[in-house]
Design a protein around this ligand. Structure first.
Ligand code: HEC
Length: 126
């Protein structure tokens, strides 16, 4: 039985150290304001300019011109003829499982509206 007692002590010690380690990481992260700090949301975006918001939030996946890269093109095909109201709805909801973030918390309604209008304006040339 002495052996299993020692094993238990090791497991306890391990859990303690692991807990301390994670606690320290999170604690230091929060102290320096890293975004690994739980509960810390990204700084609120204040721009209401559709283009600025699009470039900051969408261009990385949908391309600067909306023609798509990681994400599908927003200016051609099925999405290219989506009415603005549907765009607004889809941007807010996202498709988290498919890699499309939801923006309903990130952006307010007016900002989403502005982004949607900017996406529609990108279709002009295509
Ligand atoms: C991290 C990458 C990423 C970012 C950032 C991103 N998207 Fe997407 N988006 C995707 C992917 C991937 C899909 C395809 C999802 C699927 O398979 O249906 C998608 C789909 C969409 C759709 C179609 C959704 C549907 O229901 O069919 C719209 C509209 C859209 N994105 C607009 C935007 C806009 C506008 C922004 C910026 C506010 C944005 N996306 C930011 C990756 C991204």
């Amino acid at each position: 039985m002495a052996e299993s007692g020692a094993a238990k002590a090791w497991i306890l010690a391990f859990l303690l150290m692991a807990g301390l380690g994670i606690g320290t990481l999170v604690g230091v992260g929060c102290l320096v304001g890293a975004n690994t700090c739980p509960g810390k949301s990204r700084p609120k975006q204040t721009s209401t300019d559709g283009k600025v918001l699009y470039l900051a939030n969408c261009a990385a996946c949908h391309g600067i011109d909306g023609r798509g890269s990681r994400g599908p093109s927003l200016v051609q095909g099925a999405l290219g003829s989506l009415p603005t109201d549907d765009l607004i709805h889809k941007i807010g909801k996202g498709k988290p499982l498919a890699g499309m973030p939801r923006f309903s918390k990130e952006l307010d309604e007016g900002q989403i509206r502005a982004v949607a209008a900017y996406v529609v304006s990108l279709r002009g040339g295509s």
